[in-house]
Structure formats: structure tokens, C-alpha cells
Write a protein that binds this ligand. Structure first.
Ligand code: M6R
Length: 611
């Protein structure tokens, strides 16, 4: 939801900002802009469209000679349509203050009225313009930090801000609340960015700005102040990601690259936690085995695909732990007066660790005294920082908006956690736990096998890429997987698709099935295969074309479905991790045949830091 970047150093600032913004484009890509310090004040270039469009404008302008301080923004519109004028940075009318903002200013209308009463004039429909004008209004004594803090006292909502003052051409001020912001530390240069890939090329030394902390960046130093004006020292983290992990590396899209990275990502996530003697080391510091024995219910809460992980995990955890387990959308959880206490384990799932609904759900859980474990991919993100315990998925940076490797690593990790808890609580025979752990260890190899032969998926995609509607059906675990398969297809191909619990079809939805409607039937959950066969026959009788996803040894389903995709050698615990792979590929190949912008689907952003 918008990406921001800033640089103060001695290199030419505009190419650096444009390059960094390209790395953040996954966060929003309907408009972009930069502001930089020139001899005659702050210069702004901004436009509706992609960074490539902005680059053309900047290249044509040739007004950036010797400029080495600036800020930039790539936008995912929330308030006001994508347009040149609504793009960031926003420059105050006085031309003294330029601002890039990620987040939402909830009270912007009220602030706008207040400033209008003092003669301020607004030209955009955005909530963010109010920030530059408000800071300008508060900038009375020549002290930029005081002005920003004074303005902040009046802001409600979420914000990561990069701010330039024309009177202070050699510094950037940054401030954050409920929106992510990292500081990159270099030699004679310093950076701000919404996410690490933006600056990885220039520095691997970073830290995250804490809640409501303000940073003053000059070439020589970064000074961080808390709300009382006290200096704060953050330890520097060294980022050891391979810089190419954030590049496409020969693949046409990040999404297909990330699909193919799954064997490695799953192995990296599981291997360090499974010891030679088959014990599991989660590295918990605060939640003890006794605490886990005292848990009487589990709630998993997350958004989008991370929520779908929760739905799969719900079935699995319920089966092995025999306690109530629920999966709830984070955006609902928070406002549903959840029944949780210190005996509830709340599992938070988030790739980015910054999804605002999920962050607020986490805070709600903590406020009720629940024990909280988060499954997060981005180290030291807000959710990771605020959680009692964090289990990191070591999937590496995920750039494509449609998640793939984060989903599968989250699922693998939550299953491993389930086995740990089942062992602690004595819920499964030790032999079963050990064979399940071994099965998990074999997942990377199994996923690799599926990826080694993608031709049949490609072929089936080539038959159906023009279809208008797709229905995914399944029961129990298969239904949970259908939710993710359907989301994957619709978000990148724009084909209307729905996931239905197969038993529900005849309660209404089957009226939509007509000659040629595509139904994808997930039939890998063995206990309910017979029921699925009946459901396939029902839709076939109404003219549907059926692609069935089946276990390798299934000899029945192929006789009634139009096409089959086989999932090799699965156990209960590994089947969801394997089954999702051809479904991700199917979505990818369909979108690719349709010529869609796969890594940056319309209207979407990678990190949803607004409610
Ligand atoms: O970063 P998070 O895992 O918290 O993100 C949650 C959802 O926004 C995310 O899974 C979204 O649904 C993806 N576009 C799905 O591919």
C-alpha cells in the first residue's frame, strides 16, 4: 500500500530514487513521484502511471544536476483517483515542505477544514496533502523537528512519512506509526524505505524505525528520537539476502520464480527446526511446553492467502490436537468481540508482517491476554516485533503480489508447530509424529517433482484461458485449498472464480453450472473421495467441464473427469503442500496466456497497510 524511499548522500539522487521505487512497485503502482533538493528549492516530478512513466519525465527534465538529497513514492490509491495531481510527493503551497506518505490519515477532512480556516488551499483529493500543509502550518520557529512533532499530535491514522524542508537542504526527516519504515545506514549516505529490497543494492545495514519514532537523516548520521525527544539507539541488522533473490533471475515473472523457489524455501524453513533425533526446536523464549499444555483453544487469524493457510491448518490442528480450532479473517476478528483469554493460543499469519488488519488483530488478542505466536516472513516487521513468539518462514523476499512461496512455507511451519504441540500434549503416538516429521522433510523433493513436469498443467491452461467463470470445489482440506486456488486465479487473471464446499453446491450455486462451465474438483482428501465423485457427477450432468486434482493411486476419478492432474506420493500432512503447486501453476499459465500483468495485478498491492 504505497512505497516510500529517501536518500541523503553524494550520489545523483534521481536515478537512485527511481531504481529504489522500482523495487517497491509491488506495493502500489498507479502513480509515482519524486522530490529532490536543488539550488533553487524543492523540485517535484510526479505522474499517474508506472515508474517507467516517471522515469521518462525525469529524464526529459534534466534539472537534477548535482542533486543528492530526495524522497520518492509509488502509490496505491486510497483517497482520490490515480492522477498526476493526487500523486505524491505533496509540496506545501509555501514550497517549504515536501512529503511522501504511506498509510491513511483518518481525520484528514477535519484537519483540512481547520487549515482552510487559516487560509490554506488544497488541490488534491488525498488524505496525504493535509500532512505537508499541516507541517507547514506548524513550522513557525524554524525548527523542523518541532514542526513535525507538533503536526503529528494532530494526526489520526497510520503513517510512514519522508519529509523534506527547503530550509534544510541536507537532511530528510522520517516518522512512522502503524506503517513500516526502515532506515538504511551507509558510508556518508543514509536511506529510508518501506522495505529492504529498495536499498539492498546500496546497503545491507538496516534497522526498523519504532512506533512513533522520528529520524533525522544527514549524510553523516541518523538520529532517532522517541516521542519525548530522547535519543534512541537501534542495533543495526545485517541483511544477508542474496541481492539477486530480489531480482527475476531469468524468469519472466517474479511469481513463477517464486513458485519454483518453493522446494528451497520449504527446506530452509523446516530444516533448522528439525533436529537429528527428530525433536523439534521452535526456539520459543516465553511460551513454555507447560503453557502449550494449558491451551484449551486455538484461533488463527490473518488476511487473504495467509487466512487460507489458517483454514487448512484448522482442519489439521483439530484432527491432531482435539481442541477447538478456528480460523478467522483478521478484519473480522478485531471487531467481533473475540472470546479469548490466557488459555487461548492465537496464531497470527502474515508474509509481510505489516498487514494492518492482522496487526490490529494481534493487538486485540494481546489485550485479551491470549498467548500469541506469529508466523511471519519479514524479519523484525511490526507483527514480528509485537508478537510474544515469532516463527519465521525463511522464504526470502517475496515480490510478486500473488503469494506462493510464503503460503507454502507458512503451511509447512504451522504443521510442524502442530506436531510439536501434539507431542507436548501427548496427543499422537511418537511413531506417528516421527513419520509425519519425515514426511514434511520430504516435501521439498515432492514439490520439485511437480515442478519438473509442468507440461500437463500448461496444456490444460491453454484449453481454458478464455473461460469466463471457474468454480473450485472440494471438501474439508480440499475446500480449504480451493479457497487459495481460486484467489490465486482471480487475482492475477481477472477470471471470475469461486471456491465452494462441494456439498454446498446443490444449495444454490449449482444453478450457475451450464454447458462448458469450468469446475476444478480437488479430490485429494481421501476420506471424502466418494462424496467428491458424486459432486463431480452432479456438475458433469449439467454440462460442466471438470479438471480433477487427484492422488496418484486414484483409479476412479479419471474415468469421469475431463482432465486429471496427479499429485504424487502424499500423506495427510504433505498433501496440501503438494496440491497447491499445480493450482498456482494453473493460475500463472492462464494469466500468462491472457497477457496479464502477473506480478502487479490491477488494483492490488503486496503489503496492505491500510484497514
Ligand atoms: O502480508 P500478508 O501475508 O499479511 O498479506 C495478506 C494478504 O494481503 C495476501 O495474502 C494477499 O491475499 C495476496 N495477494 C494473496 O496472493
Amino acid at each position: 500500500m504505497c512505497g516510500i524511499v529517501g536518500y541523503v548522500g553524494s550520489r545523483p539522487v534521481t536515478p537512485l530514487l527511481l531504481d529504489a521505487l522500482e523495487k517497491l512497485e509491488y506495493r502500489g503502482y498507479d502513480s509515482a513521484g519524486i522530490a529532490f533538493m536543488a539550488d533553487n528549492g524543492i523540485i517535484i516530478h510526479k505522474t499517474r502511471g508506472r515508474i517507467a512513466d516517471l522515469r521518462k519525465i525525469v529524464d526529459a527534465a534534466t534539472d537534477d544536476d548535482d542533486c543528492t538529497v530526495g524522497i520518492g513514492h509509488t502509490r496505491w490509491a486510497t483517497h482520490g483517483e490515480p492522477s498526476d495531481v493526487n500523486s505524491h510527493p505533496h509540496l506545501s503551497r509555501s514550497k517549504r515542505v515536501a512529503v511522501v506518505h504511506n498509510g491513511i490519515i483518518e481525520n484528514y477532512i477535519e484537519l483540512r477544514h481547520h487549515l482552510e480556516a487559516h487560509g490554506y488551499v488544497f488541490s488534491t483529493e488525498t488524505d496525504s496533502e493535509v500532512v505537508s500543509e499541516l507541517i507547514d502550518y506548524c513550522y513557525t520557529g524554524g525548527d523542523p523537528v518541532a514542526a513535525v512533532r507538533k503536526a503529528e499530535q494532530q494526526l489520526k491514522g497510520s503513517y510512514a512519512l519522508g519529509i523534506l524542508f527547503s530550509d534544510f537542504p541536507d537532511q530528510i526527516i522520517a516518522l512512522r506509526k502503524d506503517s513500516p519504515l526502515i532506515i538504511g545506514v551507509g558510508e556518508g549516505e543514509n536511506f529510508i524505505a518501506s522495505d529492504i529490497p529498495a536499498i539492498l543494492k546500496h546497503t545491507r545495514s538496516v534497522f526498523r524505525l519504532g512506533e512513533r519514532e522520528l529520524a533525522i537523516l544527514t549524510r553523516k548520521r541518523v538520529t532517532v528520537l522517541d516521542t519525548f525527544g530522547n535519543r534512541v539507539e537501534h542495533p543495526i541488522e545485517h541483511i544477508d539476502w542474496d541481492a539477486t533473490a530480489a531480482e527475476k533471475g531469468g524468469y519472466s515473472h517474479f511469481m513463477i520464480k517464486e513458485i519454483f523457489e518453493q522446494p528451497d524455501a520449504i527446506a530452509k524453513t523446516l530444516a533448522p527446526r528439525i533436529k537429528e533425533d527428530m525433536s523439534i526446536d521452535l526456539g520459543f523464549k516465553s511460551i513454555t511446553d507447560d503453557d502449550l499444555r494449558g491451551i484449551d483453544s486455538i484461533k488463527i487469524t490473518a488476511c487473504g492467502s495467509a487466512y487460507h493457510v489458517g483454514v487448512v491448518a484448522k482442519h489439521f490442528l483439530k484432527r491432531i490436537l482435539r481442541i477447538p480450532v478456528e480460523a478467522e479473517l483478521a478484519s473480522e476478528f478485531r471487531y467481533d468481540d473475540p472470546i479469548i483469554d490466557e488459555h487461548t493460543l492465537v496464531i497470527i499469519v502474515s508474509q509481510s508482517g505489516e498487514t494492518l488488519d492482522t496487526l490490529y488483530a494481534l493487538r486485540e488478542a494481546k489485550a485479551h491476554g491470549a498467548r500469541v505466536v506469529s508466523i511471519v516472513n519479514v524479519v523484525a516487521s511490526s507483527i514480528a516485533n509485537e508478537s510474544e513468539e515469532v516463527l519465521y518462514t525463511w522464504a526470502g523476499p517475496e515480490i510478486a503480489v500473488a503469494t506462493t512461496k510464503a503460503y507454502s512455507t507458512q503451511l509447512a511451519l504451522i504443521e510442524l508447530f502442530g506436531l510439536y504441540m501434539a507431542r507436548v500434549r501427548g496427543m499422537l503416538p511418537e511413531e506417528e509424529i516421527i513419520s509425519s516429521i519425515k514426511a514434511l522433510q520430504n516435501v521439498p523433493e515432492g514439490v520439485q517433482k511437480l515442478l519438473d513436469d509442468v507440461k500437463s498443467v500448461q496444456y490444460i491452461a491453454s484449453l481454458y484461458f478464455n473461460c469466463q467463470d471457474v468454480f473450485f470445489i472440494g471438501r474439508n482440506m480440499d475446500y480449504a485449498l480451493s479457497l487459495e486456488a481460486s484467489l490465486k486465479l482471480k487475482e492475477i487473471s481477472y477470471i471470475h472464480s469461486e471456491a465452494y464446499a462441494a456439498g454446498e453446491l446443490k444449495h444454490g450455486t449449482i444453478s450457475l453450472i451450464e454447458d462448458g462451465t469450468l469446475v476444478i474438483a480437488l479430490c485429494v482428501y481421501r476420506p471424502l473421495l466418494e462424496k467428491m465423485l458424486s459432486n463431480i457427477k452432479e456438475v458433469k450432468a449439467r454440462g460442466a467441464k471438470v479438471i480433477a486434482i487427484i492422488n496418484d493411486d486414484d483409479v476412479q476419478t479419471g474415468t469421469i473427469a475431463d482432465h486429471i492432474i496427479r499429485i504424487p506420493e502424499c500423506t495427510d500432512i504433505t498433501v496440501p503442500l503438494m496440491t497447491i503447486v499445480p493450482l498456482q501453476l494453473f493460475a500463472y499459465y492462464i494469466a500468462s496466456l491472457k497477457g496479464c500483468d502477473i506480478d502487479k495485478p490491477r488494483n492490488l498491492a503486496k503489503s496492505v497497510t491500510v484497514e
